[in-house]
Ligand binder design. Structure first.
Ligand SMILES: Nc1ncnc2c1ncn2[C@@H]1O[C@H](COP(=O)(O)OP(=O)(O)OP(=O)(O)O)[C@@H](O)[C@H]1O
Ligand SMILES: [Mg+2]
Length: 278
């Protein structure tokens, strides 16, 4: 359950999240990064990254191996503390000390290994760490009904029974359960690192559909992908990283495959992209 307030006027920070000041960030922007830098000893993995993530849109984060994409999402997910820079959530500056702080704000991260338990069924995975209890016993009926409701709202129709062990699901179905779990706990931002990397054609299509449905429900989605076909299919916005620097960002319509590849590989923006996207 998120503790994020409906409006900034009644804002009370969740435990461990410090809040201060007025950022001047536009209210439609859910998450803003300003000057985020992260060093690992001599390696500067992130260099003064500025990025705005709007609600209800899919932002694709692209870049070559080692560009800093995973490090950036780990800073947003409360895993790495930035060396310097500020994170603004709904216009307020926040400091995320732990992944739980990010989760409390409504930030859900679906990692490639998914962190699902194979030996538990779908309902148990959906509620892991968030179990509903009634009269000191787990409310199995409520959990099962909620699981069915969320899966049907997301049009996840290929799963035969919510009492099926997650270990028996296909890669695409597992991805769908991980995403549904994030949605059920009222996330406002869902971050996905390479969600389709291990999937076949039809499973990829299902996951891309799911990503679009999340955005149409008003959720902000930040997705990392090396597959530009997938990126252009789902992204409303594109952000390109190169050697730790965010070198270009803007509406997906301002990019095409060749301009995206050029920016990914050289770090330079072609003038037509740079003019409208930066
Ligand atoms: N824990 C760490 N300690 C030291 N260096 C790290 C650490 N994590 C990342 N790095 C370095 O930071 C840089 C960015 O790594 P990151 O994992 O963010 O790249 P990426 O864009 O996600 O790449 P990929 O597409 O290969 O997943 C790399 O040079 C990497 O070696
Ligand atoms: Mg990575």
């Amino acid at each position: 359950m998120t503790t994020t307030p409906e409006s900034t006027s009644s804002f009370t920070p969740p435990n461990g999240v410090s809040v201060s000041g007025d950022s001047g960030v536009a209210p439609s922007t859910l998450l803003s990064l300003r000057g985020i830098t992260k060093s690992f000893g001599a390696v500067e993995a992130l260099k003064h990254v500025d990025l705005d993530i709007p609600a209800g849109q899919v932002t694709a984060l692209i870049g070559d191996n080692g560009a800093g994409k995973s490090t950036l999402i780990k800073a947003i997910a409360g895993i790495y503390a930035p060396t310097s820079g500020d994170i603004f959530w709904e216009g307020r500056k926040v400091t995320l000390h732990t992944p739980r702080d990010a989760e409390n704000l409504g930030i859900a991260t679906v990692y490639q290994d998914l962190a699902l338990c194979d030996n538990l069924d779908i309902v148990q995975n959906m509620y892991l760490g968030h179990e509903e209890s009634r009269h000191f016993t787990l409310d199995e009926i409520k959990m099962e009904l909620n699981t069915k409701r969320v899966l049907s709202e997301l049009s996840v129709s290929t799963v035969q029974s919510v009492r099926q062990l997650v270990g028996s699901l296909s890669g695409g179905q597992r991805q769908a359960i991980a995403v549904a779990r994030a949605v059920m706990h009222e996330s406002k931002l869902v971050i996905m690192d390479e969600p389709t990397a291990a999937l076949g054609v039809s499973q990829t299509a299902q996951v891309l559909d799911l990503i679009k449905r999340l955005a149409s429900r008003g959720i902000a989605v930040l997705v990392i992908s090396h597959n530009l076909v997938d990126v252009f299919e789902v992204a409303d916005r594109i952000a390109v990283m190169y050697l730790g620097t965010l070198v270009s960002s803007g509406p997906a319509a301002n990019y095409d495959t060749s301009s995206a590849v050029e920016i990914i590989t050289t770090g330079g923006s072609r003038s037509d992209v740079a003019a409208s996207a930066k």
